[in-house]
Design a protein around this ligand. Structure first.
Ligand code: SF4
Ligand code: SF4
Length: 198
């Protein structure tokens, strides 16, 4: 594989072919915020807070740094007024669902997001997919998944699988940036192990 030379925030970076902008930025200590990214998981591009501006083939566009592969001569900007506004709006929308989330509150402080900007819809899950992908890709158990679609999409443990797999595992729990996964598990536990804890 050949090396790719690109520029991020004015700094020249050498990255391996197939690396993402996020990988390249991190390799030189440039921090790009993420919520749905995890080093052990395939990139997902779901939360979009890692959005960056790129100049490529004469065009400027906004792309997800966790998904976009490095290109020879690519010019990347990770902090511009436009990106700050995008991140602010994304965080405000997610805060409407999970106002108590510590990672979201941290991002809100950084990007000046107002947690009262949108009407509260405390669904808690921000659909980052970390739990689902971790269970599928790392544990290969598929004990948790999404049900329904659009605004009604929510996380749900599959009781028959969770009863066998989750009790001794719980590896996905610390990945959740909100309290949604814990809440879903409490519900599943009540259905699956009604006598647990008694
Ligand atoms: S606790 Fe359950 S859902 Fe989470 S990774 Fe383990 S098996 Fe999968
Ligand atoms: S339950 Fe948590 S980890 Fe799973 S998708 Fe929702 S916010 Fe992400």
């Amino acid at each position: 594989m050949s090396d790719i030379i690109l520029q991020i925030d004015g700094k020249e970076v050498t990255a391996r072919e197939g690396a993402t902008i996020l990988d390249a930025a991190r390799s030189i200590g440039i921090s790009i915020p993420t919520l749905c990214n995890h080093e052990k998981l395939e990139p997902h591009g779901g939360c979009r807070v890692c959005s960056v501006e790129v100049d490529s083939r004469g065009r400027t566009s906004v792309v997800a740094a966790c998904l976009y592969p490095v290109e020879q001569g690519l010019v990347v900007r990770t902090r511009t007024d436009k990106l700050e506004r995008i991140r602010q709006a994304l965080v405000e929308m997610m805060l409407a669902h999970a106002p108590d989330s510590e990672p979201l509150q941290e991002l809100a402080r950084e990007y000046g997001a107002d947690k009262n900007c949108f009407e509260k819809e405390r669904s808690f899950c921000i659909h980052c997919g970390l739990c689902v992908r971790y269970c599928a890709e790392i544990k290969r158990a598929n004990a948790v998944g999404f049900i329904d679609r659009g605004a009604r999409k929510e996380i749900c443990f599959i009781p028959e699988i969770a009863a066998k797999e989750c009790w001794e595992c719980k590896e996905c729990f610390p990945l959740c940036p909100t309290s949604a996964l814990q809440a879903a598990f409490v519900l599943c536990k009540a259905l699956t192990f009604p006598d647990a804890g008694r």
